[in-house]
Design a protein around this ligand. Structure first.
Ligand SMILES: Nc1nc2c(ncn2[C@@H]2O[C@H](COP(=O)(O)OP(=O)(O)OP(=O)(O)O)[C@@H](O)[C@H]2O)c(=O)[nH]1
Length: 266
């Protein structure tokens, strides 16, 4: 038996607190996770970055006239998914990003989708994922066709978009807001939230860890295997950065954001 309890979820009425949505961005190094995240938060494209930093940003958004407190974890797995619980148990929705000019990055996005599907199966709890083919501005160098992207998304039942962190902000914003909508739909399906949960000790019978079964190196799940009071991984291994609203940024009323994830922003 496993029990689930936690704080009441924010309602959707006009008087209620904003809906809280955690969004994790996954994908191979260089796919453009940080560029898309920063584009969404600041409307700007970044050119310099530190690939080893993992940050979680916080932003107040309005989606379909509803206030949303959105946290975005720009993950930085090394070469393969690692210590995935930090985002698997935290996020309400996932953006899985590949770079359309890299077949390897597409293959890795498939591994991430598989990882999410396995986690959903093992925890009996699914979180929506959206598949993003990034670097649409580099379409002439594409190694992955749009049809392949759509087929992979179809296989895992997720939405699919081709985007570019260099091109229009509105498209990138639309994708992030779609993720919020997907998360909201999922939250509305379940009356109970997930910040805290207790699991009773119950070893999964004769199941090898996901790592060995699916070659997802070092990505282990403790779920249901130990008596534990788990707290949602606080924005834990990540630094929380509050970003001024993108509207303010665009109007340049806010002070110039000089250091965001070690990025140079222009
Ligand atoms: N042309 C083009 N370049 C992009 C786009 N998105 C990201 N890049 C570039 O691709 C490189 C990798 O982008 P990042 O955003 O750092 O990729 P990442 O997935 O966060 O990679 P890690 O930080 O290593 O995990 C950088 O040089 C970016 O400037 C895009 O849409 N178009």
């Amino acid at each position: 038996m496993s029990l689930v309890f936690g704080k009441p979820r924010a309602g959707s009425g006009p008087q209620s607190a904003p809906l809280e949505v955690n969004l994790a961005i996954l994908g191979r190094r260089g796919a453009g996770k940080s560029a898309l995240t920063v584009k969404f938060l600041t409307r700007r494209f970044i050119s310099e970055y530190d690939p080893n930093l993992e940050d979680t940003y916080s932003s107040e958004e309005t989606v379909d006239h509803q206030p949303v407190h959105l946290r975005v974890m720009d993950t930085a797995d090394p070469d393969t998914p690692r210590n995935c619980e930090r985002y698997l148990n935290w996020a309400h929705a996932f953006l899985v990003v590949y770079s359309m000019d890299s077949r390897q990055s597409f293959k890795d996005s498939s591994s991430y989708l598989e990882l999410l599907a396995l986690h959903a199966k093992e925890t009996q709890r699914s979180s929506p994922a959206l598949l993003l083919g990034n670097k649409l501005d580099m379409a002439q160098y594409r190694q992955v066709t749009k049809a392949e992207g759509a087929a992979l998304a179809g296989k895992f039942g997720c939405l699919f978009f081709e985007v570019s962190a260099c091109l229009d902000f509105e498209h990138v914003q639309h994708v992030f807001h779609e993720a919020v909508r997907e998360a909201r739909r999922e939250l509305e399906k379940h009356s109970l939230p997930r910040p805290l949960f207790i699991s009773e000790e119950r070893a999964l019978p004769h199941q090898a860890p996901l790592t060995t079964r699916h070659g997802l190196a070092s990505c282990t799940f403790n779920t249901l295997s130990t008596v534990s009071l788990k707290e949602m991984p606080a924005v834990a291994q990540a630094k929380l950065v509050t970003v001024k609203s993108s509207r303010a940024q665009s109007k340049r009323k806010a002070p110039t954001l000089t250091l965001l994830k070690g990025f140079k922003i222009f």
